[in-house]
Design a protein around this ligand. Structure first.
Ligand code: ADP
Ligand code: MG
Length: 311
């Protein structure tokens, strides 16, 4: 028997609330959250559209994970602790197996952070998935793009370029450790722990969704500063290094998106107190623009990352 809208919400997306902020969850016209004294609510939303953000052959479990991960990554970059999400689901038909796998992927990640799915919307149409994620951050402690200062050092978490190489592999490139980089492309891990640790330390922070150059570029523009990066310091996996050796495509880690690592700026005083795994890749300077030092030469880097409506 075909599942109705209400039955599918009940079967796949209704669970007992576990978060300390949740006052009312799925089932009413609105959900209710309480915000503790001294905190601000950080809110973000990200949509994924079939054939734009994911391939039709993606596993629904991976899709559930990734949709949530990209939203949590935005909370991480602000230093917010995730508390709840809503889910807007548009799909051409009701497929119970697909929904079950999608919900499994989503809740496996949600449970890691005791996050509640507190509401949403379910409609029919071309496959389009949106999550709105909400988090808490102490008053005035959110890590903004506009707070980089001249003299700050620039750091990134993790490795850069794996997801970009994953996309190249999906598009036909052969020769790298396929499974490892595809995993990074399909199943990014949001840097929540790192974002929380950076709250009282970093100045500006952003998550790398559109590419290191483009996303660092947002920090530079919003802060009215420039930067110099030392290319040799950018952390890359063996798979990415070997891809660059084979293809000479050294720009890939700078312009490919989807890594969901954090890029932040921090003053030299606070660097001593950093207790997360991260790598210094450059410095914030007064002179506008992004400069890359490579093989003893410094050049201006203009290429940006992925943009929608960019014809
Ligand atoms: P309304 O008509 O008032 O907008 P709906 O009929 O769309 O409410 O949804 C009924 C309840 O189910 C609401 O509490 C809504 O937040 C929730 N809901 C709808 N779709 C989803 C979903 N995909 N995941 C979680 N909750 C959902
Ligand atoms: Mg509705």
């Amino acid at each position: 028997m075909a599942l109705t809208e209400f039955n599918l919400i009940k079967q796949f997306f209704t669970r007992p609330a576990q978060g300390k902020s949740t006052r009312l969850s799925v089932g009413d016209d609105c959900a209710l959250l309480s915000i503790p004294e001294g905190y601000e609510l950080a809110i973000t939303t990200d949509t994924m559209v079939e054939n734009v953000h994911f391939f039709p052959d993606v596993l629904p479990e991976q899709l559930g994970h990734k949709l949530l991960a990209v939203n949590l990554s935005d909370l991480a970059s602000m230093g917010a602790e995730p508390i709840a999400i809503t889910l807007a689901l548009t799909m051409p038909k009701v497929d119970a197996d697909w929904l079950k796998a999608f919900a499994n992927g989503l809740f496996a990640l949600a449970d890691k952070y005791q996050l509640d799915l507190i509401g949403g919307d379910t409609t029919s149409g071309p496959l389009t998935l949106s999550i709105q994620a909400m988090g808490l951050v102490p008053n005035n402690q959110a890590l903004k793009r506009s707070a980089a200062k001249v003299g700050d050092l620039i750091y990134v978490t993790g490795c850069i370029g794996d997801a970009g190489l994953g996309l190249k592999i999906k598009q036909g490139f052969r020769g790298a450790d396929v499974q490892q980089v595809l995993q990074r492309f399909n199943k990014p891990e949001p840097r929540i722990k790192e974002g929380l640790a950076l709250r009282s330390l970093a100045n500006a922070c952003i998550d790398i969704s559109d590419g290191l150059a483009a996303d660092l570029g947002h920090i530079l523009n919003n802060s009215g500063v420039g930067a110099k990066l030392d290319y040799a310091q950018i952390p890359m996996s063996e798979a990415v290094t070997s891809y660059i050796q084979k293809t000479d495509d050294w720009q890939m880690p700078l312009i490919a998106g989807d890594d969901y690592e954090l890029c932040f700026t921090i003053n030299t005083e606070n660097v001593r107190r950093l207790n997360i795994s991260c790598t210094c890749i450059g410095i914030i300077e007064e002179e506008q623009g992004l400069r890359i030092m490579q093989n003893g030469e410094t050049s201006i880097f203009n290429k940006s990352g992925f943009e929608h409506f960019n014809t």
